[in-house]
Design a protein around this ligand. Sequence first.
Ligand SMILES: Cc1cc2nc3c(=O)[nH]c(=O)nc-3n(C[C@H](O)[C@H](O)[C@H](O)COP(=O)(O)OP(=O)(O)OC[C@H]3O[C@@H](n4cnc5c(N)ncnc54)[C@H](O)[C@@H]3O)c2cc1C
Ligand SMILES: *[C@@H]1O[C@H](CO)[C@@H](O)[C@H](O)[C@H]1NC(C)=O
Ligand SMILES: *[C@@H]1O[C@H](CO)[C@@H](O)[C@H](O)[C@H]1NC(C)=O
Ligand SMILES: *[C@@H]1O[C@H](CO)[C@@H](O)[C@H](O)[C@H]1NC(C)=O
Length: 507
Amino acid sequence: MTAEVHQLPYASRLLLFLTVVAVGVKWTEPSVAAAGDAPPGKIAIVGAGIGGSSVAHFLQQHFGPQVQLDVYEKDTVGGRLATVTVNKQQYESGGASIHSLNLHMQDFVKLLGLKHRRELAGKSAIFNGEQLVLEETDWYLLNLFRLWWHYGMSFLRLQMWVEEVMEKFMRIYKYQAHGYAFSRLEELLHSLGGDTFVNMTQRSVAESLLEVGITQRFIDDVIVAILRASYGQSVLIPAFAGAMSLAGAQGNMWAVEGGNKLVCSGLLKLTKANIIEAAVSAISLHSSEGKTFYQVHYEDEEGQGSSFYDIVIIATQLHDSKSSITFQNFDPPIAEFPGIFHTTVSSIIHGYLNSSYFGFPDPKLFPFASILTADAPTIFFNSMDNICPVNISGTFRRKQPQEAAIWRVHSRHPLEKQELKTLFRSYYSVQVTEWQACPDYGSVKTLPPIVLHDNLYYLNSMEWAASSMEMAAVAAKNVALLAYNFWYHDLGKIDQKDLMHKVKTEL
Ligand SMILES: Cc1cc2nc3c(=O)[nH]c(=O)nc-3n(C[C@H](O)[C@H](O)[C@H](O)COP(=O)(O)OP(=O)(O)OC[C@H]3O[C@@H](n4cnc5c(N)ncnc54)[C@H](O)[C@@H]3O)c2cc1C
Ligand SMILES: *[C@@H]1O[C@H](CO)[C@@H](O)[C@H](O)[C@H]1NC(C)=O
Ligand SMILES: *[C@@H]1O[C@H](CO)[C@@H](O)[C@H](O)[C@H]1NC(C)=O
Ligand SMILES: *[C@@H]1O[C@H](CO)[C@@H](O)[C@H](O)[C@H]1NC(C)=O
């Protein structure tokens, strides 16, 4: 949205950094197993979203191709990366856009020979329930002046704050390239940004922004709208998750040509993992001859079954109703995970926008492709976008507002008929997906564990710090390294302090 005008120095500086890191990533060759340690025979992965499919890839990268990988998926490969079809074209209904500095996602796309789909430029505005405020104008300098006039330094301070968080966050790629892993989220965050990062999971983004001198007015007018457009969140979410969402509002976003979910199916195919279409119901612990292993119990169309594994990775949410996996024979028991998820409804609507509702009686004059919203009682949706299909040819152009177009509306609840009739003059179709989109961060006080037992890992604990495709990929690389380092007793690569210094001297 409007933030694009300031992003140049940020982008170029970080792109330089990116090149350095990208070179770093190439240094890692799968390490050689210590002599005498047998490699694991079988590894189970529960969930085939971006977390599960990328951990399959990373596990194979480290343990080698001889390890058997079984991936359990109860629904569809891709999970929260999904598309719906309108008139033979597919549109993203879940996770949609990827930041240009998301290096793991970039690597996957390169590795799989997939293509970037650039987001078509389009203007945005914020709707306050009565009219559109903070419209983007054609001439970006005018935009700049307008924002400065309104908000003084807040805009620049926001850019600097997000840039600082991103720069520190990107240290993770170096650490991971050198084979370092973390057994707790707090350790991981601390190694990236010290106490400040850990604290950023405990305090609200509003608090952190006020502290760096951003005005309450700017938060109310701009930050609220950006966070509402990102799964309908508020300025009360923790500062770390907030910073990640705000980074996504700076432009420089892309998506995968053909659909983001192609990354998941592509990685699973590349690793030749066995995809088992079944719901995992329980994991039980067994030991014999001093060796522990895990039994994964599942249900599929034919009934119940189970298999034994040396290592198990849980790559889905372990909170209330979402996965319903129980843990048996563990002593101490693996406790239930508290916390609830935040529901976001995504409606893909093929229809004619009611531009009058936004103060434009003549639809031809409606210039916006994206509408964000203020937090006002009369507003019943979080954001809406005039979207492009996942495959766009060279001749593609976005539909004009007076034409029937495809709009993606995000809301807290499924839209009622009356609400649809308010937003659209008329429509051909509505396809609704109700997502458990991301954690309701306020519902828990502490971050969940990554290590549930010796060789049993919880990849999605990362979401309680921040939730996105790249965070899932970062968690996947961490869990794969952790599993590998633990298996071969390489404790010097786990939870090391002062890594910035270590990776410099290791070159
Ligand atoms: C509307 C929406 C918009 C979003 N926008 C963005 C965005 O723009 N950019 C971005 O980076 N991120 C975005 N996200 C977030 C992103 O999509 C998620 O963070 C990411 O896809 C999560 O991947 P995952 O693999 O961790 O989990 P999931 O995708 O949820 O995968 C978990 C899988 O496990 C399976 N499973 C669950 N329980 C079991 C069981 N018992 N047995 C077997 N299988 C099981 C599920 O069926 C599922 O397929 C968005 C999300 C939503 C919902
Ligand atoms: C983090 O929070 C703790 C406890 O609230 C506080 O003592 C510490 O000063 C904070 N550190 C930073 C760097 O903000
Ligand atoms: C869409 O893009 C994907 C990835 O490039 C490609 O495999 C697929 O064939 C394309 N589909 C269409 C209908 O063009
Ligand atoms: C469109 O918006 C106007 C103005 O809010 C409203 O009066 C009208 O009922 C809406 N719906 C249609 C179908 O025009």
